[in-house]
Design a protein. Structure first.
Lengths: 209, 394
């Protein structure tokens, strides 16, 4: 089964380029049209590989259900989604962190302050660990807007350079967790296509760090 | 909460329509025939059990249990699995008659879903328990019977991964010293978080050799050399005993001629916390989750006041049906359409057909609004309409 067909779920957008570059460095012959193709499924026959391009948030979902054998997903997504997948390797790319931010010099109110986030589960468990009762507001993007317009007192979001926060006059209050991209695998594929997946893990592990 | 629509069912509950029904029946029957051939007896237990007995003995998380109160105020649970109820029956009655005891079941179990309502909260398991049998030949019997039953059900390709929770536990304890520390590492394995596992190992105050041993542990899976590598990692006798058990098991599986279906994976941990020795999971390539699992549980019977070791497995029938791939179409019956004055004739004809083993629907034609639409699904149509004439085939 060393050469069994393998489907890899790749995240579109920000993480994509670094992930593709990493795979190339590990010696995978990716098609040249990979980077600017609008296709969602790309096959590399000589490598016996198929790539699917998914929203970063959905990569773990495809992998959990087994339609993709392995995938590249951000730790932020894994913390939020808590999917049943193997986290095999820290790829150490697309580094950023999850943080709590808000307007400078403000204190959160005592009675259920509002927290806006794209990561409602992460936000909720973080504040629960702090012993704070909060109201979580789920947003899908431009989270920085929430404190500026008075929707929420704090936001929970990923920070990479801190520029977006700064430009919007926000400051960081607490760091929740470090985030990098991870190689994840479906539990069944991990056993049935064991040799192939182990080989990929080893190839990638060699070039990381 | 909004009022449910009339056609809605509680979260996670599903209807089984004819095609899936037939597919499941066929898979279940083939498996249970094979299980009976190995001398296991089927039993049934109630769907409702006491929370204090089955609920607590079961390895299913508390928040996944469906709980309700009976009229005396006792908390009840819908059984979340069958092993604990079987252990209860065995301990209270059957073990007094025979040891070792071989029992089988096919039953629906209930587990409340935490998220994504689409996943079934009620599903059928077919499985066996061999109680009062401490020998490795009982472990081998489980796996051999499992493989034979899956083959009998028509599954061509599947893989059984075998681990040993005792080995894992002793290995961790020998390096880490305390159960508390071992449980942290076990949790990483259980959560399938190898990155977290490695980071945690690096942060521990251990010698670099021990750290290396812990990290190499995660590669004790798959290919042939697993057992040899494992032997190189253990120091204490206990870990070696577990490995010797697995070696013996491996040899016995060759005798059963099922070794091509199994591989050893010492990193395997289960959500079933009562396992004490060998444990295993079954995978079929097309299905994204294990189709079944099993293992040895030597301490569960104690909870029911009987000191006996046991081993067993359970297969999820819905996932097995998915793995089999080919849905089984129900056999289309024949149809007799009759007008009231020829009803007697139609009834006689239908009785004759049924005695030949055919399925026959009889229908008064006067209430059928669209004959073409009604008769479309039947394999054959016989008309007993109007005066005289014989049943005419269409």
């Amino acid at each position: 089964m060393n050469n069994s067909f393998l489907t890899i779920a790749m995240p579109k957008g920000r993480i994509f380029e670094e992930a593709a570059e990493l795979l190339r460095r590990a010696g995978f012959r990716l098609p040249p049209e990979f980077d600017d193709s609008r296709k969602l499924i790309l096959e590399v026959e000589e490598e016996n590989l198929r790539f699917i391009l998914a929203k970063p948030m959905d990569v773990v979902t495809y992998v959990e259900h087994g339609v993709a054998d392995i995938g590249i997903a951000g730790k932020d997504v894994m913390l939020e989604e808590e999917r049943d997948v193997y986290e095999l390797l820290d790829l150490k790319i697309s580094a950023c962190y999850l943080a709590v931010a808000g307007l400078p010099g403000t204190k959160i109110s005592d009675i259920a302050p509002k927290i806006a986030s794209k990561y409602p589960n992460v936000a909720s468990s973080y504040f629960r660990e702090q012993g704070e009762q909060v109201e979580i507001i789920k947003l899908n993007g431009s989270i920085e807007l929430a404190p500026l317009i008075g929707l929420a007192e704090r936001i929970v979001d990923i920070v990479s350079t801190g520029r977006t926060l700064k430009e919007n006059g926000l400051v960081e209050y607490a760091k929740i967790a470090n985030v990098t991209s991870r190689l994840v695998a479906n539990p069944v594929s991990y056993r049935i296509k064991e040799a192939r997946i182990t080989e990929i893990v080893e190839r990638l592990a060699e070039i990381i760090e | 909460m909004t009022k449910p629509f009339m056609f809605e069912k509680p979260l996670g509950m599903r209807d089984t329509l004819p095609v899936l029904y037939e597919t499941k029946v066929s898979a279940r029957n083939k498996m249970s025939d094979e299980i009976k051939k190995w001398g296991y007896q089927f039993i049934e237990t109630p769907a409702l059990e006491y929370y204090e007995t089955i609920g607590e003995a079961s390895a299913i998380l508390d928040q996944q249990l469906f709980k309700l109160l009976d009229s005396q105020g006792h908390t009840l649970v819908l059984r979340p699995e069958m092993t604990a109820p079987i252990a209860r029956v065995a301990a209270s009655k059957l073990l007094k008659q025979q040891i070792p005891l071989r029992l089988a079941y096919s039953a629906n179990v209930y587990r409340a879903q935490q998220r994504e309502g689409g996943k079934p909260a009620e599903f059928e398991q077919i499985g066996i328990e061999c109680i009062g049998n401490k020998s490795i030949s009982a472990d081998a019997e489980m796996i051999a019977l499992l493989a034979d039953a899956l083959k009998a059900a028509g599954l061509q390709e599947f893989k059984i991964s075998i681990g040993h929770i005792g080995f894992l536990q002793e290995f961790f304890l020998s390096i880490l010293g305390t159960e508390e520390r071992a449980s942290i590492l076990r949790k990483f394995l259980y959560e399938k978080n190898y990155v977290g596992y490695r980071e945690h190992v690096k942060s521990l105050p251990l010698s670099s050799i021990d750290k290396q041993r812990l990290i190499e542990f995660t590669s004790l899976r798959g290919s042939e050399g697993t057992m040899g590598k494992a032997l190189g990692l253990v120091e204490n006798n206990k870990g070696q005993d577990s490995l010797a058990e697995l070696k013996e098991l491996s040899a016995q599986l060759k005798e059963f001629d099922v070794e091509q279906y199994v591989s050893f994976d010492l990193t395997l941990v289960s959500h079933m916390s009562y396992y004490t020795g060998t444990l295993f999971e079954v995978y079929a390539g097309q299905v994204g989750s294990p189709i079944g699992n099993g293992g040895r549980y030597d301490n569960l019977l104690e909870k029911f006041g009987w000191n006996a070791s046991a081993t067993g497995f359970a297969i999820r029938v819905d996932r097995l049906a998915e793995a089999l791939g080919e849905p089984i179409q129900p056999v289309a019956p024949e149809c007799i359409l009759f007008s009231p004055e020829r009803r007697l004739e139609a009834i006689g004809f239908a009785r004759e057909k049924r005695s030949e083993g055919k399925s026959v629907t009889i229908q008064d034609i006067t209430v059928v609004q669209n004959v073409d639409a009604f008769t479309r699904t039947f394999s054959e149509v016989h008309l007993f309409v109007g005066n005289g004439g014989n049943g005419k085939d269409e």
